[in-house]
Design a protein around this ligand. Structure first.
Ligand SMILES: [Zn+2]
Ligand SMILES: [Zn+2]
Length: 103
């Protein structure tokens, strides 16, 4: 199963196209930009509480048959958070001091 490659940051709604080096994902593929992960989320996913990693870039070139960004195009469905900023701040404060591998 391939990553969806969601099109936007769930916090600030900026575009995160498939080749963006700013995209960060959690293990559930909750997707945010690097700025929001650092400044607002403090490496705590507001949905699941996990940490983030850079989203890998799907190759534009079909190096192997059937595998490229054209063959498995990115999702066009924009995703938005359902939590208030206050709730997210509390959630981050509670979890950010715990290393992701210990959460
Ligand atoms: Zn953002
Ligand atoms: Zn998550």
């Amino acid at each position: 199963m391939a990553l969806e490659l969601r099109p936007n940051c769930e916090f600030c709604d900026r575009d995160l196209p498939p080749a963006s080096t700013m995209a960060r994902i959690c293990s559930y593929e909750c997707t945010f930009c690097a700025d929001c992960v650092e400044k607002h989320l403090h490496n705590v996913c507001p949905n699941c509480g996990g940490g983030f990693a850079p989203r890998p870039i799907r190759p534009a070139t079909e190096w192997r048959s059937g595998l490229s960004v054209a063959k498995q195009p990115p999702s066009s469905k924009r995703v938005h958070l359902h939590y208030t900023e206050e709730d997210i701040a509390r959630h981050s404060a509670r979890i950010s001091s715990i290393a992701p591998e210990l959460r």
